[in-house]
Ligand binder design. Sequence first.
Ligand code: SF4
Ligand code: SF4
Length: 201
Amino acid sequence: MALIGTGVLKGMGVTLKTFLGTYPWGRALLRVLRFPPSDGLVTVQYPDVKQQHHERFRYFPFLVYDGTPENLRCVACKICEQECPPQCIHIVMEKDAQGRPVKAHGRTLPKQFDIDMSICMSCRICVDVCPFDAIEMDNQYELSASERFEHMIFDKQKLLKSADYFQSIKPTEAAVVDQRLSAKAAKAAPSKPTEGQRPTP
Ligand code: SF4
Ligand code: SF4
């Protein structure tokens, strides 16, 4: 049976070892005490040097398009708008003069798609609820600005990024999404009649 508090002591030991490993004298002390070496705290001279982020690092969302920006995947279904906990997404569907949804490539379109990045909490719920894999998380974090409304409310143009960009920053996740989209496309494609079979009218 584990003694109460051993986990806390173990954690404090790791913290102390990391602290010591940060300094040359601390590393020397660890050597004398025959403790395994520690890398210590890793910092870089930001902004001259930038840390390489893990693929799963996420910051704010962006809208994905395939090939050219007209082929954005978003169909303005507004599910993400409804599910976003701090309600920082605002979507308006493209409609004609009669109020009917305008379609391009068989899909409805967002006329307006805004995200207030000063409110977004990077929870990723918008990504998880989107049925079209149309929104993904970016790892671009250098967005500080002095004017909130002008710089921190991202409109459709500012949110649009290509599927190639998504692949470049998150190859593992993008591969899973591509596989899912290909499977969906194959399922939606009309099946070819086999030889000798009459096509259904
Ligand atoms: S990003 Fe996805 S969930 Fe949000 S409106 Fe577009 S298609 Fe719907
Ligand atoms: S990451 Fe979370 S807070 Fe940000 S837009 Fe998506 S659902 Fe909203």
